[in-house]
Ligand binder design. Structure first.
Ligand code: NDP
Length: 332
C-alpha cells in the first residue's frame, strides 16, 4: 500500500513510520505546513517527497491511503480532503474538535466506500486482548465495574500544544480520555450513557486541564471510574475489570509498549494471564491493510473514533458545567 503522511509529527516518527513499513507499506510523501521541516523530515525518514500543499499531495494517483497525525484541529479539513480525493484514511485521535465534525468525516468515508480508521492503539495490545478474552470466556462472571488508572507524566518533548493550546486540541481530556473511552468500550461492548467529572490544573496546564477524574454509567449498569493526568510521574498505569465471579487487575497496560502484568483473581486464587507482546501500532496497521483488502474491519474504525470523542466531550462538559451529562454520539 502506498501511503502519504499528513503531519510531520512525533507519533509518526516514533511509532507509525516503522509500523507502516513493517506491514509492507511504501511511504511516498510527507506533508508539513513548513517547507524546511517537510524537507528535513522527509530526508530524516527516507521518504521521497516532503510537501507543503495538501491538494498537490492528494492529487497524486500513487497514494492509496493517508495517515493523519497533525494537531487535532487540522484533522477534519485534512480527512475530508483525503476522502474527497478517494484515499483510505487512518486518522489520529481525537478525530476532530467536535463530535459533529467527526461524524461528518466518518459518514463521508462510508458514502465514498473508503476505509476509515482511528488510531486507538490500546485495544491492539496483547494485554488488553487477553483481558477481553477472559471476560468473554466468563471468567469473572457478569461485569460490575471498571477502574482506569491513566495518570502519567507527560514527557517534555510532548508538552508543547498539549499543555497550552486549547485551539489545537490541548488538554488531558482530548489527549487521554479518548483512549480510555475506546478501551472501556472495547472491553464492555457497550457505550457509556452518562458521566460526571471534575477537572483541574496540577502544575502543567496553562489554559487547559492537565488532570481529570470521572465516573461513567453504562446501559447495563456497569460503573466506570477513570483518572487521567499529565503530572503523575510515579503513579503507574492500570486497568481493572471487576465481576460477580472474579476480578482482572492489570498494571502498566495503558501504554504504547507491549508490557505490563495481567492477573485474574477468583475464589480459586490468583492466576497470571499471559499475553502476546506484538507491537501495538503494527497490529493496528495490519488490521487497516486487511480492511482495505476486504478482510474484516480496522481494529478501531471511524465510528469507534466518534464514540471515544463523544465520551471525552461529555467528560469535558460535565467537568466544566459541574453536572451529570448524557453522552451524545452524534446519531451514530
Ligand atoms: P507533534 O507536536 O509531534 O506534531 C503535531 C504537529 O506539530 C505536526 O504535524 C507538525 O506540523 C508540528 N510539529 C511537530 N514538530 C514540530 C517542530 N519541531 N517544530 C514545529 N512544529 C512541529 O504531535 P504528536 O505526534 O504528539 O501528536 C500528533 C497527533 O497524534 C495528535 O492528534 C495526537 O492526539 C495524536 N497522538 C496519538 C497517539 C496514539 O497513540 N494514538 C500518541 C501520540 C499522539 P506540520 O505537520 O505542519 O509540520
Amino acid at each position: 500500500m502506498r501511503w502519504g503522511l499528513i503531519g510531520a509529527s512525533s507519533i509518526a516518527a516514533n511509532h507509525m513510520i516503522g509500523a507502516i513499513r513493517a506491514t509492507g507499506g511504501d511511504i511516498r510523501s510527507v506533508l508539513s505546513s513548513n517547507e524546511a521541516r517537510a524537507r528535513s523530515y522527509a530526508a530524516q525518514h527516507d521518504i521521497p517527497q516532503g510537501l507543503t500543499d495538501l491538494d498537490a499531495m492528494l492529487a497524486q494517483d500513487a497514494l492509496d491511503a493517508v495517515y493523519i497525525s497533525t494537531t487535532n484541529e487540522r484533522h477534519f479539513v485534512e480527512a475530508m480532503a483525503a476522502i474527497e480525493a478517494g484515499k483510505h484514511v487512518l486518522c489520529e485521535k481525537p478525530l476532530a474538535m467536535t463530535v459533529g465534525d467527526a461524524a461528518t468525516m466518518v459518514r463521508a468515508a462510508q458514502k465514498a466506500g473508503l476505509v476509515f480508521a482511528t488510531n486507538h492503539h490500546l485495544r491492539c495490545a496483547g494485554s488488553h486482548i487477553a483481558m477481553h478474552d477472559a471476560v468473554q470466556a466468563g471468567r469473572i462472571g457478569d461485569v460490575l465495574s471498571v477502574r482506569v488508572f491513566h495518570a502519567v507524566q507527560l514527557p517534555a518533548f510532548l508538552q508543547g500544544w498539549r499543555i497550552d493550546n486549547p485551539g489545537a486540541g490541548g488538554g488531558v481530556i482530548p489527549d487521554i480520555v479518548v483512549h480510555d473511552a475506546d478501551t472501556v468500550r472495547f472491553h464492555l461492548g457497550e457505550d457509556p450513557a452518562e458521566v460526571v467529572a471534575i477537572k483541574g490544573v496540577s502544575g502543567l496546564g496553562q489554559g487547559v486541564e492537565d488532570s481529570v477524574m470521572s465516573v461513567w454509567s453504562t446501559p447495563s449498569g456497569v460503573m466506570v471510574q477513570t483518572h487521567e493526568s499529565f503530572t503523575h510521574a510515579h503513579a503507574g498505569t492500570g486497568f481493572e475489570i471487576h465481576g460477580t465471579k472474579g476480578s482482572i487487575v492489570a498494571r502498566d497496560v495503558m501504554t504504547q509498549r507491549p508490557i505490563g502484568e495481567v492477573t485474574l483473581r477468583t475464589e480459586a486464587g490468583e492466576e497470571s494471564l499471559g499475553f502476546d507482546t506484538h507491537n501495538l501500532y503494527a497490529r493496528a496497521l495490519q488490521r487497516f491493510v486487511a480492511a482495505v483488502n476486504g478482510q474484516g474491519r480496522p481494529a478501531a474504525d471511524g465510528v469507534d473514533g466518534v464514540k471515544s470523542l463523544a465520551v471525552a466531550s461529555a467528560v469535558a462538559e460535565a467537568a466544566t458545567m459541574g453536572r451529570r451529562t448524557a453522552v451524545d454520539y452524534g446519531g451514530l
